[in-house]
Design a binder for this molecule. Structure first.
Ligand code: ADP
Length: 261
């Protein structure tokens, strides 16, 4: 949606966001934006607040101060008021529907087959017909290279295959924003490549806005339009992958990259 100057507004905007757990200030007056369709990767040492950013967007946590905007909606606002009313619950549900998240642990429904995992949300939440949901589910399974597994149960799949199903399941909800939180860090090394290849394809072939937390620096370099380097709840450097990975300006970025690459 254009703003008053006629420029398109960002897809996501963190405005002076403070998040603390007790005395621990995890995000310290954080400001950043993500444009529509942009792929942004958050890097930085463990504990620097990256996952908290994704959890705030999923409304799994509340901000203490500031506002998170999605499109032109003050997305975090209803949660700040304290007790949720039915109206604000409804608002949050609708706002959250724009966002899909894939976690480190895949959290598939264990009692359902792969295709049932993919159709449950579209049928029960989006009100799609069963046929339509199955059709789309099959296309997505094909895209993640698991067309032949539609009737398998999650326990019959490798971790990498389960994670690819989790990615397909997130996409089945047609998210405008996809959040990826360390999606390969629980996998055996030989399974990581397959998952990253699927995500690379999605990043290059869709206009979904993506916010990614990963330690896979080559992957970050391949898919990101922009990298944000975090330390202690602040962005200490941001830029295009080429710049960040080849000529970081900040000493702490340099030290971090030396340690992880
Ligand atoms: P990162 O993803 O960069 O590793 P996190 O966002 O997971 O960092 O964590 C940032 C800080 O917030 C850490 O100090 C962590 O211990 C703290 N933290 C995260 N979640 C909680 C929670 N639910 N309760 C208390 N502290 C938390």
């Amino acid at each position: 949606m254009p703003n008053s100057q006629g420029e398109p507004s960002p897809k996501i905007r963190f405005e002076d966001v403070v998040k603390q757990f007790g005395d621990n200030v995890v995000l310290d007056h954080l400001n950043f934006t993500v444009d529509r369709g942009e792929k942004v990767t958050l890097i930085g040492p463990s504990g620097s607040g990256k996952t908290t950013i994704l959890r705030l967007l999923m409304t799994l946590e509340k901000v203490n101060e500031g506002v998170i905007w999605v499109d032109d909606d003050p997305f975090s606002h209803e949660m700040r008021k304290g007790a949720l009313t039915p109206a604000s619950e409804k608002y949050l549900r609708q706002a959250r529907r724009k966002i899909g998240m894939v976690f480190q642990h895949f959290n598939l429904f264990p009692n359902m087959t792969v295709i049932e995992n993919l159709t449950e949300g579209p049928v029960h939440v989006l009100g799609r017909s069963k046929d339509e949901a199955v059709d789309r589910g099959r296309k997505l399974l094909d895209m993640v290279g698991l067309a032949e597994k539609e009737n398998a149960h999650p326990s019959q799949l490798s971790g990498g295959q389960q994670q690819r199903v989790a990615i397909a399941r997130a996409l089945a909800m047609d998210p405008e924003i996809l959040l990826l939180d360390e999606v390969t860090s629980a996998l055996d090394p030989e399974l990581v490549v397959g998952v990253l290849n699927v995500l690379r394809d999605i990043a290059h072939s869709t206009d979904i806005t993506m916010l990614i937390v990963t330690h896979e620096m080559q992957f970050a370099r391949d898919v990101s339009d922009r990298i944000l380097m975090f330390d202690k709840g602040r962005i200490i450097e941001e830029g295009a992958p080429e710049q960040i990975f080849t000529e970081p300006r900040n000493d702490r970025t340099r030290t971090f990259l030396h340690a992880v690459i």
